[in-house]
Design a protein around this ligand. Structure first.
Ligand code: ATP
Ligand code: MG
Length: 418
């Protein structure tokens, strides 16, 4: 069964779908997608596991599909995490260099110093990403090893999450007989599949609007400067339509995907849409009625504006908000809402584009969908971590990777003691 090349698997545990993406790393370092498995997700709310059994079933089903398509057995996965509990912030550490030349031990010490921030007991560090080093006041140093200096500083971006939410995600994977190779913040994974280094150098943001959450990551000068998760996504639009039109959720979902728009100019004069009312009448089990399409706009547009204004506020209040000059890249299923990008460009007042995952070969058509940015990104993140060309920034994250794995192991061990 096993293939000759290394296999890296991404597991995107989303609010509406669970998606397993299998990547095969070729000898030249490029990645082919060789399997994709999807299953409806029933055990999550707003990006957080709320039902272990349903989530395990969905994970198993998505993994089995991917295994069949790829012809490999999946044992270990890079799993994505999101949810309103995620918080990202920047921190700085300072040390005196021993012996006048910066060694790996100095680098480890300065990163430790930057990590030394008070975190509540119910939260855990998920990522500590070293963005740059500053040697004797000179900033922008990526690899200070071997440099002369007396004062070494490190700028890091720290992402924390609620221990319970992480534990439940790990628990679901373990129950589905999967080993968790790493837990990755979803917007970081989506960025891996959707942004290139030039854009990150210039200043760019990624906004992934899924079913339950809107995940944001901002980059400037090649480094990550802001991450956050807003607990609103496309499902909120569906709920609004269901309530406003008095239809069932599946019918509201259909209406949203087929008819909803945020643009008046996309509605023809007196355009009507047919829908099945949720009300059972005495004469027929389902009532079909017609409503003006502008009704949908009246419901959908304010909600979309509200969400995009929250995104705008997040960007404006971040330390690098003013430096996001290249624009904002949108991914996630909910960005397919008709008129979403036009409204986003107006509200954010910056160029926007919708991205589909790039940087991979193989089953490109299958993953060419903004909903797959996270799954493909998890594979690319795993490949980057696993293989050599991991630069200095990531190198100093090494300790973190092992740290996370060890911590996760202890959490999981703790879980089974309950
Ligand atoms: N054509 C479309 N128009 C509007 N919305 C759409 C369309 N296609 C998909 N969606 C919405 O996209 C959402 C699902 O997107 P996605 O698969 O990225 O979410 P997820 O990864 O499951 O959730 P999350 O990342 O929030 O946990 C759903 O709310 C769905 O209704
Ligand atoms: Mg998602």
């Amino acid at each position: 069964m096993a293939k000759g090349n290394e296999i890296i698997v991404g597991l995107d545990v989303g609010t509406t779908k669970i998606c397993t993406v299998v990547g095969e790393v070729k000898p030249d370092g490029s990645v082919d997608i060789i399997g994709v498995g999807r299953a409806a997700s029933k055990g999550l709310r707003k990006g957080i596991v709320v039902n272990i059994e349903s989530t395990v079933e969905s994970i198993k089903s998505a993994v089995e599909h991917a295994e069949r398509m790829a012809g490999v057995e999946i044992r270990s996965v890079n799993v994505g995490i999101a949810g309103g509990h995620i918080k990202g912030f920047n921190s700085r550490g300072v040390i005196a260099v021993k012996g006048g030349e910066i060694s790996q031990a100095d680098i480890d010490r300065v990163v430790e110093a930057a990590k030394a921030v008070a975190i509540p007991l119910d939260r855990e560090m998920l990522h500590v990403i070293t963005n740059e080093f500053i040697v004797d006041g000179q900033d922008g140093v990526m690899d200070p090893r071997g440099m002369a200096g007396v004062r070494l500083e490190a700028e890091v971006h720290i992402v924390t999450g609620a221990v319970a939410a992480v534990q439940n995600l790990v628990k679901c994977c373990e129950k589905a007989d999967l080993e968790v190779a790493d837990i990755v913040l979803e917007p970081l994974a989506s960025a891996e599949a959707s942004l290139d280094q030039d854009e990150k150098d210039l200043g760019i943001g990624i906004v992934d609007i899924g079913g339950g959450t809107t995940d944001i990551a901002l980059f400037h000068q090649g480094s990550i400067c802001h991450t956050s998760v807003i607990a609103i996504g496309g499902n909120q639009f569906t709920t609004d339509l269901a309530v406003g039109l008095r239809v069932t959720m599946p019918e509201a979902e259909r209406i949203k995907v087929e008819h909803a728009t945020t643009l008046m100019s996309n509605i023809k004069e007196n355009e009507m849409i047919r829908l099945k009312s949720a009300l059972n009448s005495s004469t027929s089990s389902k009532r079909v009625k017609e409503v003006p399409k502008t009704y949908l706009l009246d419901i959908i547009q304010p909600r979309t504006e509200e969400l995009l204004n929250l995104v705008r506020r997040e960007i404006e209040e971040s330390v690098c908000g003013k430096m996001i000059t290249a624009g904002i890249v949108f991914t996630g299923g909910a960005t397919q809402l008709d008129g979403m990008l036009e409204l986003a460009e107006d509200i954010l007042d910056i160029p926007v584009r919708r991205a589909v995952p790039t940087g991979v070969g193989g089953l490109v058509d299958t993953v060419s969908d903004p909903r797959h940015a996270t799954g493909v990104g998890l594979v690319l993140y795993g490949v980057k971590k696993e293989f050599a060309n991991f630069d200095m920034r990531s190198l100093s994250e090494d300790g973190l990777f092992f740290g996370i794995l060890n911590r996760m192991r202890s959490w999981v061990e703790g879980l089974f003691k309950f």
